[in-house]
Ligand binder design. Structure first.
Ligand code: ATP
Ligand code: MG
Length: 396
């Protein structure tokens, strides 16, 4: 018989119960209240490992902001990068919304011109605006910082005058190229100075802190940083139990304890594990044996999905680097130990290191240390035959 399964493992899938984020949500409600009252507000960045729930959190926050009549748009930055065209489209959508009110129609032209200049100059494949040669020259710019700042300050002014605050939600913000991230920070800085109600809520991997401060030193003061991580025991328990309550299904204490110890409170792992456990049970109470019976299937599912997609994005040189990291034993590990395991100099592995950071597989922590962005990735690597063959070929 078909059984409705309330667990939702998957990128950006809103869980039946969003556990442990109440405080972040409460704080953000206050931020949105301030924005809605035209009080200049810092932008906020949520960072955390793969699968901790950044996307679902910012999606939830977007709903809350929309209820407060803030104009919201979601942008997902992709590796192949089309940030400029996305921000232009979102800004245009904002102007469309404002222009529906007759009394604000006069606030449109300036920002529209700024968007036109941005698109024509920095998004050459776009055909939104058809212009004559002469007009094209008039709008052409070579400076992205100036151009983006112009868009932000003019839509910011329109937002202020029309009492329509703006919040852009930018997911996977770590994929933004440096040449775009710097101008975005500068543009937000300027609108903040001018007191316009426009902000960004970003989500990205932990390396985003460093990316932002490398780009502009003042970004540390411009953004509010919030790290989100795995759930505490109490929060994990709720994430496990609450989704099945309405079906009259319960877990024993031992079952819950075991799930928490295996998943370490990572939201994605909890959803994945509980989905399997729930699929396999026939009774209304889930006990320790039910959990034990599902462990193999849980790891198999992670190995062929969650872990494998990340692993397959690695080129051969990346894989060796990853193996050398795992061989260090403890994580985070130092770059010099990785180099030693690869029988190379530190300088010789810097390209691969940068490549893996760029792909979002690893991230730098503290001074010269690295870790995986994917929780439990080292255990997955240890389960691979390829890793063991490599270890044999590369003895101490
Ligand atoms: N607070 C939470 N409580 C319960 N489940 C959650 C919570 N947050 C996220 N999840 C679940 O975890 C999974 C991953 O969530 P999400 O895609 O938002 O993570 P992410 O941090 O954006 O990951 P990535 O870095 O890969 O984009 C989803 O299946 C979601 O339902
Ligand atoms: Mg995400």
């Amino acid at each position: 018989m078909f059984k409705v399964n309330p667990y939702r493992p998957g990128a950006g899938l809103m869980p039946a119960y969003l556990a442990g984020r109440d405080e972040d949500i409460r704080e953000m409600e206050q931020v949105f209240d301030a924005l809605a009252m035209d009080v200049p507000t810092s932008s906020v960045i949520f960072s955390g490992l793969r699968g901790v729930g950044k996307t679902v959190l910012i999606n939830k926050l977007q709903k809350i902001a929309e209820e407060k009549n803030i104009f919201c748009r979601h942008i997902e930055v992709e590796e192949r990068n089309d940030f400029i065209s996305q921000i232009a489209t979102c800004s245009q959508a904002f102007l469309r919304k404002v222009s529906t009110k007759e009394k604000f129609k006069n606030l449109i032209q300036k920002p529209l011109d700024a968007i036109k200049a941005l698109v024509i100059s920095f998004d050459p494949n776009d055909n939104t605006f058809s212009l004559s040669m002469q007009e094209r020259e008039l709008y052409q710019s070579t400076n992205l910082t100036q151009s983006l700042m112009e868009v932000f300050t003019t839509i910011g002014e329109t937002a202020y005058k029309s009492h329509t605050p703006i919040c852009f939600f930018i997911d996977e913000i770590q994929y933004m190229k440096s040449k775009e991230l710097g101008p975005l920070i500068a543009a937000l800085h300027r609108t903040n100075q001018l007191g316009y109600p426009i902000m960004v809520v970003g989500a990205g991997l932990p390396k985003i802190y460093k990316m932002l401060s490398d780009e502009k030193s003042y970004s540390e003061r411009l953004f509010l940083y919030k790290e989100i991580g795995s759930l505490t025991e109490g929060q994990s328990q709720k994430a496990i139990e609450i989704p099945v309550q309405k079906f009259g299904v319960t877990y024993t204490k031992e079952a819950i304890k075991r799930i928490i110890s295996l998943t370490k409170g990572y939201p994605f792992f909890i959803q994945q594990f509980c989905q399997i456990v729930y699929k396999n049970i026939t009774a209304k109470e889930i006990g320790l044996t039910d959990v034990e019976h599902s462990i193999d299937e849980f790891f198999r599912t992670l190995d062929v999905g969650f872990f494998k997609v990340r692993y397959e994005r690695c080129a051969n040189s990346d894989k060796k680097f990853v193996f050398a990291m795992v061989k260090c034993g403890e994580l985070p590990c130092t770059i010099s130990n990785i180099a030693k395991n690869l029988h190379k100099d530190v300088s010789a592995i810097s390209t691969t290191r940068a490549q893996l950071i760029g792909k979002g597989i690893i991230y730098p922590i503290r001074y010269k240390e690295l870790d995986f962005t994917v929780p439990e990735f080292d255990e997955y690597i240890r389960r691979l035959d390829e890793y063991h063959s490599w270890c044999e070929e590369n003895p101490e």
